[in-house]
Unconditional design. Structure first.
Length: 139
């Protein structure tokens, strides 16, 4: 089950049901089961605090993924900075909703086991993001 929360911001996410269905498709396509995933929408200061407190990183980011997966069952917390998503949408000249969906699926792909540390991993991650974003249109 996917649950959606906000921390430190006012943000109304109106695509909960559709997004949850889509993420189930993503999980099943990767031979995984959707377990308990919390998507926490927050501000830049909030995600910076999480980054410092739990990861020791002193920088802003659009998403932090905490992986609690058990076997093939996807469990985790996705902290998503709405501030950073808005800035990224402007920077990449895309719609806010499209950028938000990209960041959400990016976090789920991390839970599945994909990484983005090397150039090759980033290329594979972007390819998977694009593929699953195209499937979202079917939901």
């Amino acid at each position: 089950m996917v649950n959606y929360f906000t921390e430190g911001i006012k943000f109304a996410f109106k695509e909960k049901r559709r997004t949850s269905k889509w993420l189930r498709i993503v999980a099943e396509s990767e031979i995984r089961q959707l377990g308990d995933i919390s998507v926490i929408f927050c501000s830049d200061p909030y995600i910076l605090d999480v980054n410092l407190k739990y990861l020791g990183h002193d920088y802003y980011t659009d998403i932090i993924t905490f992986d609690y997966c058990e076997g093939d069952k996807l469990n985790g917390d996705l902290f998503i900075s709405i501030d950073s998503v808005r800035e990224n949408a402007i920077h990449y000249k895309t719609e806010f909703a499209d950028e938000l969906n990209r960041v959400i699926v990016h976090g789920v792909l991390h839970l599945i086991g994909y990484d983005d540390h090397t150039a090759e991993e980033k290329k594979e991650m972007r390819s998977k993001e694009n593929y699953y974003l195209s499937l979202r249109e079917l939901v």
